[in-house]
Design a protein around this ligand. Structure first.
Ligand SMILES: CC(C)(COP(=O)([O-])OP(=O)([O-])OC[C@H]1O[C@@H](n2cnc3c(N)ncnc32)[C@H](O)[C@@H]1OP(=O)([O-])[O-])[C@@H](O)C(=O)NCCC(=O)NCCSC(=O)C[C@@](C)(O)CC(=O)[O-]
Length: 328
């Protein structure tokens, strides 16, 4: 009997808390649209050891283009000795069926990557910096400052050619090499990237260690140097905190979220990192909150199943598993 009363109280408190969160989200978002940047084809597949055939990558991206997504990061133009999985970048980008209302950014680390991408007609690039020295060195073979210098060159060339530049900051709360990361370092790198002309900064919890508190502290500091409209969140789900960390971002007025269908992914240079938060789970959550994404969840589930079959691993998305089971 006592237990029942306690459970009822816990339920009531949770209901109050979740409606407070929803109210806050309503207050802070100027629009009820949340933009999803699908990173499955790049962040999702870059860590796969077995090479995913190029025609399957293309089919995967073409299927994603049918779901209502408006931005799909398709590949990277990095050194193929470092990331062999993305070595078919030119063929993938050239052969995907591009829809007029979808952006197809590609990841580039330096001017060489940019020029290679320009050869196949890329219109948007994503550059990547780190808030930790250890990860900057392991991931990009340079210090934070050296990487920022390369990015400055990429943004200068890109702006001259009318190419849009988005930027990532990795390890915004924790680093596999340097441990906890100071929110001030994240704010400093964010400010520099914006000063180069990057239109949006995606804050990456690369190893998925963030919690409500660490995300909150980091975002408070970053929001001292910019507006939420310039930010996106990119949460890996290693500790199962991806969705809740996205809510922290929404509460602060951020309405761009990166995710990977089926929870694919991880970074080859971030030990212990697992996949991104699954796009299906994010979309299910956002729609349940009354927010719009423009995405058809059923079609997304199809994409998740398609790529899971190709890589030979079950989907990591809980929403996908549940919806698939319900259907069958
Ligand atoms: C940054 C570099 C290029 C420096 O790599 P480096 O070895 O220091 O480069 P280098 O300038 O000394 O050149 C060495 C060789 O690489 C070649 N090279 C140089 N650049 C390129 C290029 N763009 N494309 C193709 N080839 C390239 C260059 O031409 C040369 O060739 P060689 O003369 O020996 O034949 C290297 O470290 C690299 O490619 N790193 C890859 C890092 C990567 O892809 N990491 C995963 C993505 S980041 C991520 O997942 C995190 C994120 C974004 O999702 C957000 C989050 O979760 O936090």
């Amino acid at each position: 009997m006592k237990l029942e009363v306690r459970e009822m109280n816990v339920c009531r408190i949770w209901k109050q808390k979740s409606s407070q969160i929803l109210r806050k989200v309503d207050i802070h978002t100027t629009t009820d649209f949340v933009k999803i940047v699908e990173v499955g084809p790049r962040d999702g597949l870059q860590n796969e050891i077995v090479f995913v055939p190029t025609d399957k990558k293309i089919k995967f991206i073409d299927k994603l283009s049918q779901t209502g997504l408006c931005s799909i990061e398709v590949t990277s133009f990095v050194n193929p000795k470092w990331v062999k999985q993305m070595s078919d970048n030119k063929e993938v980008f050239s052969k995907i069926e591009k829809k007029a209302n979808i952006d197809y950014p590609v990841l580039v680390p330096n001017a060489k990557g940019l020029y290679d991408a320009l050869e196949v007609g890329v219109k948007e690039v994503a550059v990547f910096a780190s808030a930790s020295e250890g990860f900057a060195m392991k991931n990009t073979n340079g210090s934070i400052q050296q990487v920022l210098d390369r990015i400055k060159e990429v943004t200068t060339i890109s702006r001259g050619k009318g190419i849009k530049v988005r930027a990532y900051v990795s390890c915004v709360v924790g680093c596999p090499y340097d441990g906890q990361i100071s929110p001030k370092s994240v704010a400093k790198v964010t400010e520099q990237l914006l000063s180069f002309g990057c239109y949006e900064i995606s804050l990456g919890d690369t190893i998925g260690v963030g919690t409500i508190n660490s995300m909150n502290n980091m975002l408070k500091e970053v929001l001292n140097v910019t507006s939420p409209k310039k930010l996106a969140v990119h949460c890996h789900d290693t500790y199962g905190q991806g969705l809740v960390n996205i809510i922290v971002g929404l509460e602060k007025g951020i309405n761009v979220v990166d995710s990977a269908v089926s929870g694919l992914g991880g970074c080859p240079f971030a030990k212990g990192a697992t996949g991104n938060v699954a796009t299906e789970d994010v979309v299910y959550m956002l729609h349940g909150m009354g927010l719009k994404t423009g995405i058809n969840l059923e079609e997304l589930v199809e994409c998740g199943n398609f790529i899971s079959n190709i890589i030979g691993r079950p989907t990591q998305s809980r929403a996908n598993q549940a919806l698939h089971k319900k259907k069958s």
